[in-house]
Write a protein that binds this ligand. Structure first.
Ligand SMILES: N[C@@H](CCC(=O)N[C@@H](CS)C(=O)NCC(=O)O)C(=O)O
Length: 217
């Protein structure tokens, strides 16, 4: 398989983490989001990540995570129907109520664009509700759903990268300060060997990403 994207992208890294956890061989193909006709043939929205399989290319992080999980033996989604639904519920809350509002602040944080007042006003309350929901739903003992790491742990870990950075820069808000359980969970996830590798690759990719953003200003 080929994974298209760049190592400082949190969506890309959630997929990469799962590929590594599943022990699937894959090649990383570096590309930044763009709207060229050539790239739109790979990712119809011009975003990252995209995954090339033997049958064709698919996109959308949650779709990729489900597809990858069905390859190979060990699954990162619970086999019990109700628990699987809970895992998917956690993933959806993380994406819609934390990732997406946080991302509305990225123009200001990453590109130095003027503050978007509606995003500034609306993002924080939504993220607060999302965090509270996760705090209520997750045991964090030691993983979100108990003793086994699931796709929800992997996705939330990378969702928090953007959310923490943007909350800190825009609101001087330490995102997990009021959530000691999630904070301890996050610290535990950071110790995972795959997390360490993905984080090291992300760190190494940052200077080039910043240069890419600066070239767009
Ligand atoms: N819904 C997409 C979102 C992916 C996404 O927004 N990726 C970012 C990089 S982390 C991107 O490509 N941004 C460029 C853009 O939105 O045009 C997914 O789940 O994969």
């Amino acid at each position: 398989m080929k994974l298209y994207g760049f190592s400082a992208s949190n969506y890309y890294n959630a997929v990469k983490h799962l590929l590594l956890a599943k022990g699937i061989n894959f090649e990383e193909v570096k590309v930044y989001p763009n709207q060229t006709e050539e790239y739109l043939k790979i990712h119809p929205m011009g975003k990252v990540p995209a995954l090339e399989t033997s049958e064709g290319i698919i996109t959308e992080t949650d779709v990729l995570m489900r597809y990858i999980d069905r390859q190979g033996d060990e699954s990162f989604f619970p086999s019990d129907d109700f628990k699987r639904a809970r895992c998917e519920e956690i993933m959806k809350i993380a994406e819609i109520y934390i990732e997406l509002p946080a991302r509305r602040l990225s123009g200001e944080v990453l590109l130095g664009l003027p503050r978007c007042e509606s995003a500034f006003k609306e993002a924080r309350p939504l993220m607060q509700k999302g965090l509270k929901a996760l705090d209520n739903l997750c045991s964090c003992d030691p993983y979100l759903m108990g003793d086994k790491m699931t796709a929800a742990d992997i996705l939330l870990r990378y969702v928090l990268v953007v959310a923490k950075m943007n909350a800190s820069k825009v609101y001087a808000w330490r995102l997990l300060a009021d959530y000691p359980k999630l904070k301890a969970w996050e610290a535990n996830m950071a110790k995972d060997e795959i997390s360490k590798k993905v984080d090291a690759d992300a760190k190494a990719a940052l200077p080039e990403l910043m240069a890419h953003f600066n070239s767009k200003k």
